[in-house]
Design a protein around this ligand. Structure first.
Ligand SMILES: Nc1nc2c(ncn2[C@@H]2O[C@H](COP(=O)(O)OP(=O)(O)OP(=O)(O)O)[C@@H](O)[C@H]2O)c(=O)[nH]1
Ligand SMILES: [Mg+2]
Length: 318
């Protein structure tokens, strides 16, 4: 047999699998951290505050030539945290995005925190009542649990809540046990051709991801309710060989909030800008010149046009 024939035979033996998986759960359990770790890039904003993610974001993991005899493409969707408070259009949109993400997928990953089951987790579970798709329960943040023996009774308790395909303890941040998740998902993924080219990592534009990286710093650097009353719009995005020039508008609800975002002598905005520039440079692997403006639009969270322009509604009818 010639080398070429051997290669052809080897290639024939490999199976190709491709499928979609939604990551859902209450706010702050670590869904975006998981997506970023699986993809290996920071695509989705992460912060220690609920409702950081505002729209469904796909992260694509393609693996060929490795993993036994299977080449696979897993298309994960990070969703906004499902929550019980639906006081304005933005809040309701976050929930409807997340709930829509459990339809038409091959598998669902429901995420919870180790040793912390809440009413909101019950609320999420109820949304999955009628799905016939395999639901994997990911018990995240196990790195925080010193005494691992405490986990066993908790995992037992969780197994009573629903007929989960599997319950997998992980640390999305440290990457612990994510291999098990991939192995388990592979079992339920259909044989299929890849949907995306092998080098694609997301369905969103680079521009959108950059907006999210700026918004992440807003969420991290502003206190209390303020992060929820702000939004980021990329006004200009120009790329040359060595430099990316990005102009952003930070929208806020009220005039007095504008002052808080800018801060004394502009210090808060400067801090946000510096951190954002750093993460933009990491993502784009180029030098970034970032300019920021803060503008006021009252009640933007209830304005469908504005939500659409910010990419939050993503053309879904409300
Ligand atoms: N110790 C620890 N912290 C984690 C882990 N995963 C996530 N976190 C932290 O939990 C917080 C929330 O993480 P996110 O990934 O933003 O959570 P989320 O579920 O996407 O939140 P929403 O978008 O608001 O629904 C952040 O401070 C993360 O750093 C983990 O495995 N271990
Ligand atoms: Mg998130």
């Amino acid at each position: 047999m010639t080398q070429a024939e051997k290669r052809h035979n080897n290639a024939k033996k490999r199976i190709q699998k491709c499928g979609t998986i939604s990551i859902i759960g209450r706010p702050n359990v670590g869904k975006s951290t998981l997506l970023n770790h699986l993809v290996g890039y920071k695509l989705s904003a992460i912060a220690n505050k609920p409702q950081t993610t505002r729209t469904n974001i796909r992260g694509i993991v393609t693996e060929t030539g490795g993993h036994q005899d299977v080449d696979y493409q897993m298309i994960f969707t990070d969703t906004p945290g499902i929550h019980q408070n639906s006081k304005n259009l933005l809040n309701r949109t976050l929930n409807s995005e997340a709930v829509a993400a459990v339809e038409d997928v091959d598998a669902i990953v429901m995420m919870v925190e180790a040793l912390k089951w809440t009413d909101e987790d019950d609320f999420v579970l109820k949304r999955l009542k009628h799905t016939k798709k395999p639901v994997f329960l990911l018990v995240n943040k196990v790195d925080r649990i010193q005494d691992k023996n405490r986990l066993f009774p908790y995992l037992q308790e969780l197994s009573q809540k629903r007929n989960f395909e599997e319950i997998i303890p992980v640390s999305a941040e440290k990457g612990t046990n994510l291999d098990s998740l991939i192995d388990s998902l592979l079992k339920v993924l259909p044989e299929s051709e890849f949907i995306y080219p092998e080098d694609h990592i997301t369905d969103k534009s680079i521009r959108f991801i950059c907006g999210e990286l700026v918004r992440e710093q807003l969420v991290r650097n502003l206190h209390e309710e303020l992060p929820y009353t702000t939004a980021v719009e990329i006004e200009k995005f120009e790329e040359t060989d060595k430099l990316v020039t990005i102009d952003v508008v930070i929208w806020t609800d009220r005039k007095n909030q504008k002052g808080i975002i800018i801060g004394k002598k502009g210090e808060t905005l400067k801090r946000i800008g510096q951190a954002a520039r750093q993460s933009l440079e990491e993502f784009l692997m180029k030098k970034v010149m970032l300019k920021q403006w803060v503008k006021v639009e009252e009640n933007w969270q209830n304005n469908p046009r504005h939500l659409n322009e910010l990419g939050i509604i993503s053309n879904r009818e409300l």
